[in-house]
Ligand binder design. Structure first.
Ligand SMILES: Nc1nc2c(ncn2[C@@H]2O[C@H](COP(=O)(O)OP(=O)(O)O)[C@@H](O)[C@H]2O)c(=O)[nH]1
Ligand SMILES: [Mg+2]
Length: 292
């Protein structure tokens, strides 16, 4: 699916992250709020075993607010702290330092008891591609762009950025591989643009996204493409056939035809994917906690 993740690369990445982990007190796992399961690395728990964790539901601005609430509750139930952010505008990012200190409050109290005054908390960001790691780090570090110097006992060559008094962040994120086992996950990663479209033909990908929208968000679909009504999926109809029907209806509305008078469903599929990724259709959560 994503050919850059060959086994050698995965091993190298994993070792690098394991080395970096020795120097940090907390792992900040960034996920895409639209696909909180599909945008998680399958081995993250094993790789970061034993480290306190903060889950950042980034791209919260692109996900359904009700979905964000549901996922926030779901991750909290697992015992992790959750921060909802829009790294692009910085919304929620100003809470980062406070939440990290809260997660580590017992640890910080122990340091104080031992007389380790002024020991900063060190954090690192990890996540699969496209979740917003670089944007998040830039936003968090913006005010204090001066980089902290290398520290003795800390991996040489690593740069730390001071987020706040008492919090330093490794300036390079750990880039983890996405899940590649199942088609459903691959499709969701493709919908959001995290992997290239070539996991399947664009038209089929568009059919699946249409079917999702037609089922879960028919009103939004009707509004976006000025459809009088969005037909429901018929009992015997499979998802692709249903999605195709919706692609045709939207292509008709947009006047997209190929020679011969047929509707240009392939072009419509591209338009749909572009508009979805560009946030033009609205805020959707593509997978909900009930499903997992
Ligand atoms: N709308 C929105 N866009 C975001 C958000 N975070 C990142 N982006 C955009 O998503 C794209 C990829 O982000 P990037 O930080 O490079 O992802 P990375 O691969 O995890 O480092 C960039 O164009 C960002 O501007 C967010 O919270 N909301
Ligand atoms: Mg990046």
């Amino acid at each position: 699916m994503n050919i850059q993740w060959y086994p050698g690369h995965m091993t190298k990445t994993r070792r690098q992250i394991e080395a970096d982990l020795k120097n940090v007190d907390i792992v900040v796992e960034i996920i895409d709020a639209r696909i909180p399961v599909s945008s998680r690395n399958p081995d993250i728990d094993a790789i970061t075993a034993g480290k306190p964790r903060l889950v950042v539901l980034n791209r919260a601005d692109q996900a359904d607010p009700a979905g964000n609430r549901a996922w926030g509750a779901w991750f909290r139930k697992k015992g992790w702290s959750v921060l909802e952010t829009d790294a692009k505008t910085g919304s929620g990012v100003n809470q980062f330092s406070r939440v990290v200190q809260e997660v580590l409050k017992d640890q910080i109290a122990r340091w104080q008891e031992k007389g380790l005054v002024g020991r900063p908390v060190r954090a690192m960001v990890v996540g699969v591609p496209n979740v917003g790691k670089s944007t998040f780090i830039n936003k968090v570090a913006r005010k204090k762009s001066a980089k902290a110097s290398d520290r003795p006992g800390v991996t040489r060559g690593k740069q730390w950025v001071t987020v706040d008094r008492g919090l330093e962040l490794l300036d390079t994120p750990g880039i983890l591989w996405p899940k590649f086992e199942d088609v459903e996950t691959g499709m969701r990663l493709a919908f959001t643009g995290a992997v290239k479209d070539d996991i399947m033909d664009v038209e089929t990908l568009g059919c699946h996204l249409m079917a999702f929208l037609g089922t879960q968000y028919p009103n939004v679909l009707a509004e976006s493409y000025r459809l009088k009504e969005v037909p429901a999926r018929e009992a015997e109809e499979n998802e692709v056939a249903y999605g195709y029907r919706l692609l045709e209806a939207c292509a008709q509305k947009r006047g997209m035809r190929i020679s011969g008078g047929e509707f240009d469903t392939e072009r419509m599929a591209r338009v749909l994917l572009d508009e979805y990724r560009g946030g033009k259709l609205g805020r959707f959560t593509l997978e909900l906690p009930e499903e997992v």
